[in-house]
Design a protein around this ligand. Structure first.
Ligand code: UT7
Length: 332
């Protein structure tokens, strides 16, 4: 049975940097509040006419393909994770396919929010393990700056989220114990409405009304405290599940790349797992929470900095809207 491994990594970030001071000029917040509660100092906002979720994802994917020495005709599947697609439909997978000049291959879109990238990796891994695909582009990309409202009523979301994209190329190989060791996925719809965008959904006869625009119900809603409490519980749980499944323990982890939700969540998980600072990748201060983009951006940056080395045990994990949570272990 083939296994999958990462052969290329890339990311793309829009140029525009928005600092906490920039936000504080437009809404009732402060650099101190945002840094203390989240660790975020700045984030990127996309430029209309230049950046789209699909083309940012494609730019990241092109870098990953180049690093792996692969051409468009080599790719035989795309899994694109996003909660902020260019169009209501079709999804971004086919748009990235077109942008990259790929063959008429299957292109998935998945919408698992902050869990999106690990879910996408899992899907790609399963298709590789069954022999259906050999080279799969896994892309996570988000534009969130235009769904949040930079205003007092939107401030708890606007302080946190940013735009960005990352991608990995997964390829089939035969060496057991190398590459993706396993993926572990969970969800619990009980709390679906605790982190959501309600409108524009299909539940109402009239999908868009002036009232929705006026009352702010088209903006994302988050019960921050509840999300926080579940995140700090489920991150360690799903990581331990992965370790146990592979007869490994916390101290075997060389580098941990969590979804960048909040620096305080990362610190709590780090403490729980007994990891040192140099084993934990955190770039949230620069980019905020880029949802499905955050793990591939953070992993690629860490790899570029030489922090991910051959033979390392890399742990990826995420928690987010759904709720959904997931982990994977990669022997690099
Ligand atoms: O990626 C997965 C999804 N998201 C997460 O994982 C996020 C999880 N949750 C969190 O990170 C935190 O709950 C937040 C950072 C969102 C909020 O931190 P908190 O310590 O839970 O604050 P809070 O929501 O309890 O708000 C405390 C106060 C409130 O004021 P009052 O009621 O005490 O007067 C808020 O209105 O802070 C206020 N507040 C703000 N103040 C300044 C909320 N947003 C802001 C803001 N600037 N941007």
């Amino acid at each position: 049975m083939p296994y999958s491994k990462v052969t290329g990594l890339g990311y793309y970030l829009p140029e525009t940097i928005v600092t906490n001071a920039d936000l504080a000029a437009q809404m009732d917040t402060s650099d101190e509040w945002i840094v203390e509660r989240t660790g975020i100092r700045e984030r990127r906002f996309f430029k209309e006419g230049v950046d789209t979720v699909s083309n940012m994802g494609a730019r990241a994917a092109r870098i990953a393909m180049d690093r792996a020495g692969r051409k468009p005709e080599d790719i035989d599947m795309v899994v694109f994770a996003t909660l902020s697609p260019d169009y209501y439909f079709p999804g971004c997978g086919v748009l990235a396919q077109r942008e990259l000049g790929l063959r008429q291959i299957p292109c998935f879109d998945i919408r698992q929010q902050c869990g999106g990238f690990v879910y996408a990796l899992s899907l790609a891994d399963q298709y590789i393990r069954t022999g259906f695909a050999k080279k799969v582009l896994v892309i996570g990309s988000e534009i969130q700056s235009n769904v949040m409202e930079i205003s007092d009523r939107g401030r708890n979301m606007a302080a946190i989220f940013g735009d960005g994209a990352g991608a990995l190329l997964l390829e089939a190989h035969d060496e057991a114990g190398k590459g993706l060791l396993s993926t572990h996925l969970h969800s619990d719809g009980t709390h679906a409405e605790e982190l959501m965008v309600e409108h524009i959904g299909s539940r109402r006869k009239q999908r868009i009304t002036h009232a929705m625009i006026d009352d702010g119900s088209m903006l994302p809603y988050m019960n921050g405290k509840m999300v926080f409490q579940h995140a700090v519980r489920y991150f360690p749980e799903v990581i331990r599940e992965a370790l146990t499944a592979n007869n490994l323990k916390e101290s075997d982890i060389d580098i941990f790349v969590p979804h960048q939700a909040n620096a305080r969540i990362t610190q709590a998980v780090q403490k729980e797992l007994g990891l040192r600072d140099d084993q934990v990748v955190s770039n949230i201060h620069k980019y905020g929470n880029t949802t499905a983009g955050s793990i591939p951006i953070a992993l690629t940056e860490a790899w570029e900095e030489g922090r991910v080395k051959e033979g390392d045990l890399v742990c990826l994990a995420a928690f987010g809207s759904g709720f959904m949570w997931a982990s994977t272990l990669i022997r690099w």
